[in-house]
Each structure stands twice: as C-alpha cells, then as structure tokens.
Design a protein around this ligand. Structure first.
Ligand code: IMP
Ligand code: MG
Length: 333
C-alpha cells in the first residue's frame, strides 16, 4: 500500500477535512497523521446529522479502525485536544509525539493582541507565539508534561513501520500553500511551512517515502484574515454567488474570489502534486449536488473540471459534490 499526503492549494479552508475523512474511510489507512501549524486550523466534517469541528485531531478520525496521530512538528493545545478526544470518542487510538510543542496561557495572551492580531489577523490560538518560542528553544514539549504521557508515542517510527509492513498511511496537512511561512504571501501567513514537504517533515516522513500528493482546491478561492487576494469580490457579490462562508476557528467571514489558475499552477509546482481534488463543485453548479459519478455531471461542470486538468496538467481525481463524507466523485482506479 501507499502513503498519501493531502494539502491545501490556496489559503486553507479548501475543504480538506471532508476529503480526508472520505479517504480515511475509503482507503482504510492504519494511521492518519496530522502535520501543520497547530490549533489555528479548523476542519468541519459532516457524518449523517452529526457535524464535527476539529482543531487538533486528524480529520480522518471517523474511521474507527485507524490510529490518529499528531506529528512532532505540530504545536498542541492540550485542553482542546483532550476535549476533542472525549467529545469524538477517539480515546485509546489517539496519539501525539513526545516532541509536539505545547501551547500555554502566555501564547494565547500574546496571540490575542498587538501586531499578530491586528496586522496579520492571526486566529488567536497561540500557535504563532508557540512556534516563535520553539525557534528560541524555550517552548515546552509534550514530554515535559506527565499528564500527556499516556498518549505519547514515537510518531515517525509508527508511520514508517506501518509503511514498511505495506500498510496505508494518510498524512493530513493543515492551512494552505499560500499561508506557508516560506512560500505564501508573507507577512500575511502562518508560522510554519505548510506545503507537502513541510507537512512530511512535521510527521517524520522522508521524501522518498511519499507516494501520492493530493492538492485540494475549492471551486473558488477564499481567504480569512488579512493579506492579498487577487480579484477579490465584494461581500455582496460573494453572497450572491453563494460563496459567503465563515471561519471554523474564528467565525470571521471569509473573503472570496474566482478560481485562480496562476495560484493553482504554483501550488501544483510547490507541492509536487500527483493528483488534484476539487471541492464544493455543487456550490458552483447546483445540479451537481450529491452526485457520485463523473458521467452524471452537467456539461458545464464537466468542462470546468476538464479545463482545470488541462491548465494544470494534473488529473482531478476526487471531486466534492456536497457536505456529507460520501458526497464524492472518486475517479481513481
Ligand atoms: P495564525 O496562523 O493564527 O498566526 O494566523 C495567520 C494567518 O493565517 C491569518 O490570516 C489566519 O486567518 C490564517 N490562518 C491560519 N490557519 C488557518 C486555517 O487553517 N485556515 C484559514 N486561514 C488560516
Ligand atoms: Mg479551516
């Protein structure tokens, strides 16, 4: 079996959570491991009538047979994590690495005011200040807290061992390519590299061990917080198109624009994408809602997808057609 890395191609909020929960069930990996910055990322997952909003746990937790893990590159808010483990009933199969950084009160305070909040529009989750302290070598790590000892494991070893036994591992990224500290719209970015390479480093997966990189794009672009957004629509225009969305973590209204091929092309390059996933096709073409086969799509929707494949020279394999986990067209063989 294989390792699959899933990352966001725009500014986060592409709908990765839903795609990852679909893959977690469909591909049945033994481990789903999360990289990325920290609890600044929110993923919304819908399973029947249940809606889960996760900030710390991997979005793939709906697969009850899988272990879910958080890699050493990620900073953790233990309160948020423990609440999610309890609320979503994943205790006994959730693990963190001993080198995960720990967010404390001081980080929350420093993130909720001043430059980070006012200029960068940070999520206030403490993630940026914790990563700054980590760079200064003063951040406490998971291994420094007795209360975390029962959920600590060697995450890089677990995932590499699983791969060597031919098991499938799903690696989940957070945020999106243009929020990367290296490749994004600096300074309006998050506090880590969040491209596929960065996510792999976060969990301890070497470059030669990566089989598939799926870059997720939404059918339109959104951005929450400050920073440049080419061809940004007015909130009125976005609302008319049905594109008005609100952030999972902060509740802030997301800014919106049409699908951006220049950004997408660059995201394909930076992440070394082997596949593309397009989400919320039903928001663009309402007649596609809930469809599960490509043949059933309207001609307009088909040409939208084919145009993306031609422009980006990469196959669109997984298409989201609604909020539920199984509202998906899966074109992989
Ligand atoms: P921070 O990561 O909380 O420091 O926030 C820095 C910038 O990244 C702000 O504009 C946030 O809105 C944005 N950001 C961070 N994480 C996410 C995410 O998961 N989705 C969307 N935007 C994010
Ligand atoms: Mg989000």
């Amino acid at each position: 079996m294989t390792s699959t890395v899933v990352v966001g191609g725009f500014f986060g909020d592409e709908g990765k959570g839903k795609i990852i929960s679909y893959l977690a069930i469909k591909d049945n990996p033994t481990i789903i491991v999360r990289g990325g910055a920290g609890p600044n990322a929110g993923h919304t997952i819908r399973d029947g009538d249940k809606v889960y909003k996760v900030r710390m746990l991997p979005s793939g937790f709906l697969n009850k047979n899988a272990k879910v893990m958080i890699g050493p590159g990620v900073v953790i808010n233990p309160e948020v994590l423990k609440k999610e483990i309890n609320d979503f009933e994943v205790s006994g199969r959730s693990f963190i690495d001993k080198h995960c950084g720990i967010i404390e009160e001081t980080h929350l305070i420093r993130d909720s005011k001043g430059e980070l909040k006012d200029k960068i529009g940070s999520t206030g989750s403490g993630t940026g200040p914790a990563n700054a302290d980590r760079a200064m070598r003063v951040l406490k790590l998971a291994k420094d807290f007795d209360s975390l000892s029962s959920i600590i494991t060697d995450v890089p070893k677990e995932i590499n061992t699983a791969l060597s036994k031919n098991e499938h591992v799903l690696v989940e990224g957070t945020q999106g390519t243009f929020l990367s500290l290296w490749h994004g719209t600096y300074p309006f970015v998050t506090s880590k590299d969040v491209t596929a390479s960065g996510i792999c480093a976060d969990v301890g997966l070497g470059p030669t061990k990566v089989d598939e990189v799926i870059v997720v794009f939404k059918s339109y672009v959104t951005r929450v917080g400050t920073g440049p957004l080419e061809k940004e629509l007015s909130l009125d225009e976005a609302e008319k198109k049905g594109w008005s969305e609100f952030g999972t973590v902060t509740g802030r209204q997301r800014r919106a624009a049409d699908f951006d091929f220049d950004l997408a092309r660059r995201a394909i390059m930076l992440n070394g994408a082997t596949q593309i996933s397009i989400t919320k096709l039903d928001v663009l073409f309402s007649d596609c809602a809930g469809k599960t086969s490509f043949a059933e799509l309207s001609d307009d929707a088909k040409s939208f997808i084919k145009n993306i494949e031609n422009e980006l020279n990469t196959p669109v394999t997984i298409i989201g057609t609604g909020p539920a986990v199984n509202d998906v067209i899966d074109r992989r063989n």
